[in-house]
Design a protein around this ligand. Structure first.
Ligand SMILES: [Zn+2]
Length: 218
């Protein structure tokens, strides 16, 4: 088997499925996930918004950005959020060799540990592109379940903050996983109203691993 070895020691595996797009629970919890950062301006502004509301989120960071902005990485962790693995080059894993995927995940894992001291416990494939067999061996070798999503407002198309908010609010249900990107100013603009409306509906925000722990409960 070529490529870099899996990181040692392996993290404790989260959940018992290879992949989650949502969690089966009637409990009023959801996970808000932010991909592709950290961004030098947008991520700190987002962190302020979340902190004001005591809301915890999960950040699927790209390792090149993690290395570039280690202070923001440390702030994310210090404020109680979770960090997940979103690779180094943001390529299409489904089209890569096993050795290539292993290299992407190992290098990103190590960049997150190097900047924060905390090991990521889940991964999200760029573009959601991943095969069933990749999900299985990634879970076995890295301990990562693959995290997809239940609500995608397509914020990267920049439909405007109010549209992003309405899509997230209308799509969110208990156990849901919401996908947005903290590299777009308009997405950050959408967050105060989104979070406030969801809190107003009685939904509570938890990290992805906290949500997975509720799978099959309630
Ligand atoms: Zn991405």
């Amino acid at each position: 088997m070529g490529g870099a070895p899996a990181p040692q020691p392996l993290p404790t595996s989260v959940g018992n499925k290879d992949s989650y797009s949502r969690v089966a629970t009637g409990l009023p919890f959801i996970a808000l996930t932010f991909d592709d950062g950290p961004h030098p301006q947008h991520t700190p502004r987002l962190l302020d918004i979340l902190k004001q509301r005591n809301v915890k989120a999960t950040f699927y960071v790209v390792a090149t950005n993690a290395r570039r902005y280690p202070e923001i990485m440390r702030r994310i962790v210090a404020e109680g959020h979770e960090i997940g693995n979103h690779t180094v080059t943001h390529g299409n894993l489904a089209k890569m060799s096993e050795a290539g995927v292993r290299q992407e995940l190992t290098a990103a894992h190590e960049a997150i540990v190097a900047t924060t001291g905390v090991a990521p416990r889940t991964m999200r494939p760029p573009y959601g592109a991943i095969t069933a067999s990749q999900k299985a061996w990634i879970r076995h070798d890295f301990g990562y379940p693959t995290i997809m999503w239940s609500v995608d407002p397509e914020d990267w198309k920049k439909p405007g903050a109010s549209v992003v908010t309405s899509r997230l609010v209308s799509g969110a249900t208990p156990g849901g996983i919401l996908l947005v990107h903290d590299i777009h100013s308009s997405t950050i603009d959408a967050m105060p109203s989104t979070v406030d409306q969801l809190l107003g509906r009685g939904l509570k925000f938890v990290t992805v691993t906290q949500l997975i722990a509720m799978d099959g409960r309630g």
